[in-house]
Design a protein around this ligand. Structure first.
Ligand code: COA
Length: 377
């Protein structure tokens, strides 16, 4: 029986609970659709760039040509890192998880470029959007070579800049556009665990950087953003589709999770999955692959046949990233480089009509106990 006077409604993992209003994103299970501020994810992925989508999420409407040009130029200038941040990155040990590198980089930037009452509304979102790629690439290069590196790629787009830094060369146009589309797909997804973390922290009237550090921490887990890295580890352990089928059947029999499948909101398909699957297929064909993509497709077929489970965005993103020559430990950090746009939009929305987020728990501990002094315990 409830010990509180008020009636309690308990739902595991808050599934299906409406936790607040938002005008940013509609994620709909009925028709497996996704809208960012009213625009379909298919249109955005086919017809826009990540910078346009970031502007849309943060500012509320699509930019015109002049606004976009100015925005890209602004972001380009913000890619550099202060020397003190580079020194901090140099001190992060080589074996560190790359999500922890971004969390530390974000936190330190909050020390040297703190949010103050005078900070312009979009300044921190844009700064993090522009500089997360530089932070990761700087740290990665320094750990391997013990040398500093240039972060000036001259690439016009954020996707081109990030990929150029990772590959150490100008990426192919197909790879660049694939990453651009992937950043669009990863940018926003309403009250997922990391976004809800960001909003919860923002609701205490804490600062921008603290909220984003919390979001990075939540995204790191394999049930959330970390799934793309686990999906790649799974796919790459097989030599043939038959071998993959056999092992997936074993995993399902043993009630093991197959990373990159299933979703809390969608029930029949993830509207982002087919978009990134097309890119994964094209890149795999361009690379002459006869192994990775067929194995991934077989896993998809088995999961649907056996469990009616469908690939979420993370599954084929892993394949696409692999053919973009991106090392697996960088997959989830790339999610951060995109989702910073959605997180920031939610943080700003939370601040506009703020109410402290503080639910209640269903108490399952002992009833009132007689207190024993320490001598009698
Ligand atoms: N592999 C195998 N079985 C899965 C599965 C998966 N990826 N996802 C769900 N299931 C099974 C569950 O084991 C459960 O089976 P049961 O009814 O026999 O116990 C059933 O499907 C319902 O799953 P449930 O865990 O209740 O769904 P959820 O809404 O709590 O979880 C996820 C959603 C995303 C956390 C879950 O699908 C998952 O862990 N997926 C793998 C991680 C992943 O890809 N995360 C990225 C999400 S975008």
């Amino acid at each position: 029986m409830s010990t509180n006077a008020q009636e309690k409604k308990k739902v595991g993992g808050l599934a299906g609970i409406v936790a607040g209003d938002s005008a940013i994103c509609l994620c709909s299970a009925e028709d497996a659709s996704l809208l960012y501020r009213g625009y379909s994810i298919q249109d955005l992925a086919d017809k826009t760039t990540f910078e346009e989508v970031a502007w849309l999420l943060l500012r509320g409407s699509l930019p015109n040509g002049e606004e976009l040009k100015a925005y890209k130029a602004k972001l380009k200038k913000m890619r550099t890192l202060p020397e003190s941040l580079k020194e901090v990155l140099q001190r992060i040990p080589p074996q560190t998880h790359m999500m922890d590198v971004l969390r530390t980089g974000c936190s330190f930037l909050g020390n040297i470029e703190p949010e103050t009452p005078l900070t312009e509304k979009y300044a921190i979102a844009d700064r993090l959007l522009a500089s997360f790629g530089s932070m990761l690439a700087y740290w990665d290069h320094y750990q391997k070579t013990k040398q500093s590196r240039s972060l000036d790629t001259q690439e016009e787009s954020l996707a081109g800049h990030i990929l150029h830094l990772i590959q150490g060369k100008k990426p192919s146009e197909m790879q660049r556009r694939c990453l651009d589309v992937s950043l669009i797909l990863y940018a926003e997804h309403e009250f997922n665990a990391s976004t809800f973390t960001v909003r919860t922290i923002a609701s205490t009237l804490s600062d921008f950087y603290s909220a984003i550090c919390g979001g990075i921490g939540a995204l790191r887990g394999p049930l959330h953003g970390g799934a793309n890295e686990w999906a790649m580890a799974l796919i790459s352990q097989f030599i043939t589709p038959d071998e993959a089928e056999e092992e997936i059947l074993n995993m399902l029999h043993n009630k093991q999770l197959v990373m990159g499948f299933g979703h809390r909101v969608y029930t029949t398909s993830d509207p982002r999955s087919n978009i990134i699957k097309r890119w994964a297929k094209e890149l795999s064909q361009e690379a002459g692959d006869t192994k990775i993509f067929p194995i991934a497709e077989r896993i998809e077929q088995v999961m649907w046949r056996e469990k009616k489970l469908f690939p979420n965005l993370d599954f084929y993103s892993a394949v696409a990233y692999h053919f973009c020559e991106i090392p697996t430990p960088m997959f989830t950090p790339l999610f951060v480089m995109s989702r910073i746009s959605g997180w920031s939009a939610h943080l700003m929305e939370q601040r506009i009509a703020n109410k402290l987020i503080r639910p209640i728990s269903n108490y399952i501990g002992p009833t009132l106990q007689p207190f024993k002094p320490i001598s009698e315990r």
